[in-house]
Ligand binder design. Structure first.
Ligand code: F6R
Length: 605
């Protein structure tokens, strides 16, 4: 979603604001803009499209100052163009906003009686509300805090006022926002990435908080306007983590990081010396009858794989739901359930709402997240890190395999606690997990072959991905990856389900990617493969050595991935899904790291 950065200090801020926006561009890239105050005078620059368009605009006419706010937009209300780009200004107030003001129509109608609106956005009402209050004689702090009381919906916002170049106002309700502390400077940012070059000392605002920043102070108030203390977090990692290195795209870099990132996840959950799962004490499966896993998109496919694992190895009932449906369905919750939110960002609005719903209902909650300073990590009873490091490519890759790895380790712990896995079985499965980074490295060596295969795939307008068992969600994920970055239409299907309708779409040459490592369902999947092959489908079989020996003759193209334990095979198969989509997109010349219409971290519902 949109990204926000603000700086208040003594030296000029524009260059650093633009640098921060570049780090935030993965969150939204429809348009961008900055507003600065110099000698108390407000100036603004905005541009449609990516940050480089804003840089070009600034090169023509530079604006600068010692205080400024900046924004990169993912459009919700109003088309992506320069007029709708933030900051929005009304009179003396300039504001940048991430989220949705749900009552903006009502507010706009009321304000329109005396004020002229310039944009189609929901955000503009905030600038008008504050300016209206200033005109009514309120002090800046009262104008800001009283305007907040009129807003309904989700927001992270940062506001500056003409004539007031020693103060910045910020607020958070529903969308994350942090204060960064510097030497004689103070910052605001929608995530740690925005502030990576500026500060590693961050204070995360809590729900309903608002704050007044000066260059050397900050004052936080809670939703009842009572002064509040919030802890300072020291952020590790630093700016280097957000660099592409020698890779052409962040996505490729992140795909190649997986042997290391999976290894990091493992070291958190598997005791490699005792070859056993090793979980935080707070997470006990002995009194759990059911697990509810809620997530969105790619994270929901990791959850779906985990359902197979928990049921098979721990005999534990699992409900999986996509968060946008769960939150409004009034789900019936059983006592003795464990709720797990799976989310790379830890900020996805629907997943967060589902977590809050369960917490309120008295269900024990856990959040499996990549960003440990995120709202989900802070609000869940138990925060479970995946430790994949910052994921910048909009299409999730390394977070997915780390989510799978962590969920696999949780399965072992559940199986042990529920006595469905004996010590030998647990060791066998833990051993399989420990071997995963090495097998992923081997799978990555197939990159040139996958690149060659993707050339043909990229020439089609539609494709199918088929699998059975835990490879059904991997088929979903393969199709999602292809859709989102190459814009080729793709469907993931359970191999046995295709003949109940979608097989009608198969015609001569339709690419069908079949994910079938040798396992107990292998023969059934190969029968389904033959059903589509005999109707003209072009088959790309992704399997292992044993599967290839048996089914080579049935495929037009064959990709042989390293042989793994059936338990961990979905993780290995994912690598081929990622590389196939990546190279198809590169062949087509799309913007791999920032595909059209998408945003990382979806903080609106
Ligand atoms: C797809 C992708 C998305 C996310 C989804 C959930 O490649 O990245 O489908 O998985 O938006 O995001 P998180 O995991 O941050 O909750």
């Amino acid at each position: 979603m949109c990204g926000i950065i603000g700086i208040i200090g003594t030296s000029e801020v524009t260059e650093r604001l633009v640098d921060g926006l570049k780090r935030l561009e993965y969150r939204g890239y429809d348009s961008s803009g900055i507003a600065v105050l110099k000698g108390g005078v407000l100036n603004r620059a905005r541009a449609e499209g990516k940050i480089k368009a804003l840089e070009a605009r600034l090169a023509e006419k530079h604006v600068d100052g010692s205080i400024g706010i900046a924004h990169t937009r993912w459009a919700t209300h109003g088309v992506p163009n320069k007029t709708n780009a933030h900051p929005h200004i009304s009179g003396r107030a300039a504001v940048v906003h991430n989220g949705i003001i749900e009552n903006f129509i009502e507010l706009r109608e009321a304000l329109s009686k005396t004020r002229k609106f310039e944009t189609e956005t929901d955000t503009e009402v905030i600038a008008h509300l504050v300016d209206d209050a200033l005109n009514a004689g309120l002090s800046p702090i009262d104008a800001f805090s009283q305007s907040l009381k009129k807003l309904r919906g989700a927001y992270a916002l940062s506001l500056i006022i003409d004539g007031q170049d020693d103060t910045m106002f910020i607020a958070r309700s529903g969308s994350p926002l942090a204060i960064g502390l510097g030497e004689g400077e103070t910052y605001a940012g929608s995530d740690a990435m925005a502030l990576a070059q500026l500060s590693n000392r961050l204070i995360y605002l809590e729900e309903g908080d608002w704050a007044v920043l000066t260059k050397d102070s900050y004052h936080i108030f809670d939703e009842n306007d009572v002064p509040a203390e919030r802890p300072i977090s020291i952020i590790s990692g630093g700016p280097a983590m957000a660099e592409k290195g020698n890779y052409r795209h962040f996505m490729l870099k992140e795909i190649y990081e997986q042997p290391e990132t999976i290894g990091r996840t493992l070291s958190n959950y598997i005791d490699e010396f005792r070859v056993k799962a090793d979980l935080p004490d707070a997470l006990s499966f002995s009194h759990i009858d059911r697990i509810i896993i809620v997530a969105c998109g790619t994270a929901s496919y990791a959850a779906m794989v985990a359902k197979y694992w928990f049921e098979q190895y721990a005999g534990l009932a699992v409900d999986i739901d996509i968060a946008s449906e769960f939150r409004y369905r009034k789900p019936v919750l059983m006592k003795n359930s464990l709720f797990i939110a799976v989310s790379q960002s830890g900020e996805t609005a629907d997943t967060l709402a589902a977590l809050r719903y369960c917490k309120q209902a008295g269900i024990k909650t856990a959040a499996l997240v990549n960003v440990m300073t995120s709202t989900m990590a802070r609000e869940a009873d138990i925060a479970l890190p995946i430790n994949a490091g910052p994921e910048i490519g909009v299409a999730s890759t390394k977070a997915f395999t780390s989510q799978l790895t962590a969920l696999a380790a949780l399965t072992l712990a559940a199986g042990r606690a529920r006595k469905t896995l004996n010590a030998d079985m647990e060791t066998e499965l833990a051993q399989a997990l420990i071997q995963t980074p090495r097998l992923v490295s081997e799978a990555l060596k197939l990159d040139p072959k996958i690149e060659a295969m993707s050339d043909d795939l990229s020439k089609h307008s539609s494709a199918f991905y088929l699998g059975r068992g835990p490879h059904v969600p991997i088929a979903f994920e393969g199709a999602l990856k292809l859709k989102e970055i190459s814009y080729i239409h793709a469907e993931g299907y359970a191999a046995g389900e295709l003949k109940h309708g979608p097989i009608a779409l198969i015609e001569d040459g339709t690419p069908v990617i079949v994910i079938a490592p040798m396992d107990e369902l292998f023969e059934k999947t190969i029968s389904n493969l033959q059903e589509v092959a005999s109707r003209g489908a072009h088959i790309l079989l992704i399997t292992d050595k044993e599967g290839a020996a048996f089914a080579e003759a049935f495929a037009h193209e064959l990709l042989i991935l390293p042989t793994s334990h059936a338990f961990t095979a979905p993780i290995i198969m994912s690598i081929a899904m990622q590389l196939l989509a990546y190279h198809a997109a590169v062949h087509l010349g799309t913007d791999v790291d920032q595909p059209r219409n998408l945003a990382k971290s979806v903080t609106v519902e």
